[in-house]
Unconditional design. Structure first.
Length: 122
């Protein structure tokens, strides 16, 4: 009786390719996830400032100063005072637009742009 030798599993080259893909994804996560966590803090502070009573009637400089103070306390990076605007139109909105440039590998960089609008309460 003949024995049939059936091998199953991944070859060494296949394993190395899968490992390289997993490590690349982990590296991208390590570089990019903190930027998005920082943005979630920006959104949280914007909502907190926008929900304060009477912020729609405050001068834009006061709203900007309140937001920047809250962001300093929360250790928010990448947002400068000139990135914060108060726009009056159909209601009063707090607008934060900024971009983050992160070095990835060699001469490859990621530029991530954020734009968030929160209506201010009366």
């Amino acid at each position: 009786m003949k024995q049939i030798n059936r091998t199953r599993g991944m070859t060494l080259i296949g394993f190395l390719l899968v490992l390289a893909l997993v490590l690349f994804a982990a590296y991208m996560g390590i570089k990019l996830v903190p930027i998005y966590l920082n943005h979630f803090s920006v959104v949280s502070e914007m909502k907190a400032v926008a929900s304060e009573p009477g912020t729609a009637n405050m001068p834009p400089q006061t709203v900007r100063r309140n937001l920047m103070t809250r962001m300093d306390v929360s250790y928010v990076k990448h947002v400068r005072p000139e990135d914060v605007r108060v726009v009056r139109g159909d209601g009063v909105n707090l607008v934060v637009s900024y971009e983050v440039e992160e070095h990835l590998i060699g001469n490859i960089d990621a530029i991530i742009r954020f734009h968030r609008v929160e209506p201010l309460s009366n």
